[in-house]
Design a protein around this ligand. Structure first.
Ligand SMILES: NC(=O)c1ccc[n+]([C@@H]2O[C@H](COP(=O)([O-])OP(=O)(O)OC[C@H]3O[C@@H](n4cnc5c(N)ncnc54)[C@H](OP(=O)(O)O)[C@@H]3O)[C@@H](O)[C@H]2O)c1
Length: 329
């Protein structure tokens, strides 16, 4: 089997030489074990923080370890009665051609819900994060003014469309005119702001003359500061991620939030999708229903080949992707 391992810790922006592709023998199956041939790997921004010496999620990933990430594929050998050979499964088995597990990190996939990429995007961590973060913490109501940053990415595209389905007016922040056009013309957002064009404060004033009721924040940094100054009375802020700061570990920009929160009596909530793990089935069923009836579109951004997994992450942190970035094996 082939796997992508951490070769050295990045200093600032990661480069291809921080990663290496290694070849190992396939493990022999023990009792109750499952071997999955990967078809798609999920590329996620949190990987950037996990490979750093200052990993906020715990101990830094050891050099030589397979890069963490979700995999979806086909069961090719199994001694576990829950996973038949030929069925689909997904789990956090890392960036590799094959995954090996006793079933504790795996979940069986229902092909009736859609193709494999959909199970990593909509029914995986990205879609569930958007679903629970927007509905449980953002709590949009019909007519609310909602702003989503990182709106053309994996989480943002779903979060914005969920708020639209509730009846809110939704504006997205994304990098570049192409992504902004995609938000409005394909995903049905009410407006888009190109953060690469600058003038965020003026654009926010123009789009939100009465303030922002819900801010779903995927990127953090100076844009978040500009948004905080424009919160409506009793606004809700969902702190989902800080993509704009992941390459600046150790010297991040932290917004000065306390004054505006006090003035607007707003609520700001940190989001960790695993807090909702006991409700994932409910989330997947609701997302599937929205997708089935055409109210939730999912854009994929697929890179071919395990050898390009590191480049896929590096490019994603620079904003190359529109929609959920995956690597096809
Ligand atoms: N809380 C949780 O439990 C949880 C779970 C999953 C994910 N997350 C977080 O959710 C966020 C989105 O994740 P994702 O998988 O959907 O990634 P993504 O949005 O598909 O990809 C990252 C995006 O970040 C944007 N970006 C990078 N640098 C930026 C900058 N300086 N300013 C503004 N935007 C910048 C880029 O989009 P543009 O081209 O538009 O700039 C890039 O496409 C991440 O912060 C992630 O860590 C949190």
């Amino acid at each position: 089997m082939r796997r992508v391992a951490l070769k050295q810790r990045p200093d600032g922006e990661p480069v291809a030489g921080d990663f290496e592709v290694l070849e190992d023998a396939l493990p022999r199956l023990g009792q109750n074990e499952v071997l999955v041939a990967a078809r798609f790997l999920s590329i996620d921004p949190y990987v950037r923080t996990m490979i750093d010496a200052d990993n906020p999620y715990g101990a830094p990933m050891p050099l030589g370890q397979t890069i963490t990430g979700d995999m979806a594929g086909e069961v090719v050998a199994s001694s576990n009665p829950d996973y038949a050979v030929g069925s689909w499964a997904a789990g956090r088995l890392g960036w590799a051609s094959h995954g090996f597990d006793d079933g504790s990190r795996l979940r069986p996939l229902d092909p009736a819900l859609g193709e494999l990429p959909l199970h990593l995007a909509l029914f995986g961590s990205s879609g569930l994060t958007a679903y629970f973060g927007m509905l449980e913490l953002g709590r949009p109501r019909p007519g609310d003014q909602v702003l989503v940053s990182g709106a053309a990415g994996a989480v943002g595209q779903v979060a914005g469309q969920i708020a639209k389905a509730v009846g809110a007016r939704v504006v997205g922040i994304a990098g570049g005119q192409t992504k902004c056009g995609h938000l409005v013309e394909v995903l049905g957002f009410d407006g888009a702001i190109d953060h690469r064009a600058g003038e965020i404060p003026a654009a926010l004033d123009q789009r939100f003359p009465d303030g922002i009721d819900v801010y779903y924040d995927n990127i953090g940094g100076p844009i978040t500061d500009a948004v905080m100054a424009r919160l409506a009375h009793r606004a809700r802020v969902v702190v989902c991620g800080e993509s704009s700061q992941y390459d600046a570990i150790g010297h991040e920009y932290r917004p000065s939030i306390l004054g505006p929160l006090m003035d607007s009596r707003a609520t700001m909530s940190g989001l960790l999708v695993s807090d909702f793990s006991h409700r994932y089935d409910e989330g997947r069923a609701a997302l599937a229903a929205l997708h089935r009836d055409g109210r939730l579109k999912v854009e994929f951004d697929i890179i071919d080949g395990l050898d390009y997994a590191a480049a896929a992450l590096i490019g994603m942190l620079k904003g190359e992707n529109t929609g959920k970035r995956l690597v096809r094996i």
